[in-house]
Write a protein that binds this ligand. Structure first.
Ligand SMILES: [Zn+2]
Ligand SMILES: [Zn+2]
Ligand SMILES: [Zn+2]
Length: 112
């Protein structure tokens, strides 16, 4: 049984400063959407196919909003991930949420 081949998404409206690659922890959804992770900040957003444009797609946050702009910070944590900014340890000694954990991010990992 073959799944019908969907044409690749060749253009997006904006990547919001993120450098996405297709390895966000999913192999693609039935409707042709996929999750992509940013090489810089580690945020994961869904690349959704635009209904009116077969080769077009839009990066989308979990709630349907536009993605937050990339912070450019490679040490950002997402979801339940603990801070590892201090050589794999929390940068503040684990005394509470640090800036790497409390950034405003609306990616799929952070909004669950
Ligand atoms: Zn990013
Ligand atoms: Zn930190
Ligand atoms: Zn995030």
């Amino acid at each position: 049984m073959n799944t019908p081949e969907l044409s690749a998404i060749t253009h997006v409206r904006s990547s919001f400063g993120h450098r996405f690659y297709s390895e966000g922890g999913c192999d693609g959804h039935l409707d042709g959407a996929s999750c992509e992770r940013c090489m810089t900040c580690g945020a994961v957003y869904e690349l959704r196919r635009r209904p009116d444009d077969p080769g077009g797609g839009d990066y989308t946050a979990g709630n349907g909003d536009d993605p937050a702009q990339c912070s450019g910070d490679t040490r950002m944590c997402h979801g339940e991930e603990p801070c590892q900014a201090d050589d794999g340890r929390p940068c503040n000694g684990g005394t509470g949420p640090c800036p790497h954990e409390t950034h405003a991010c609306n990616c799929l990992l952070c909004t669950g």
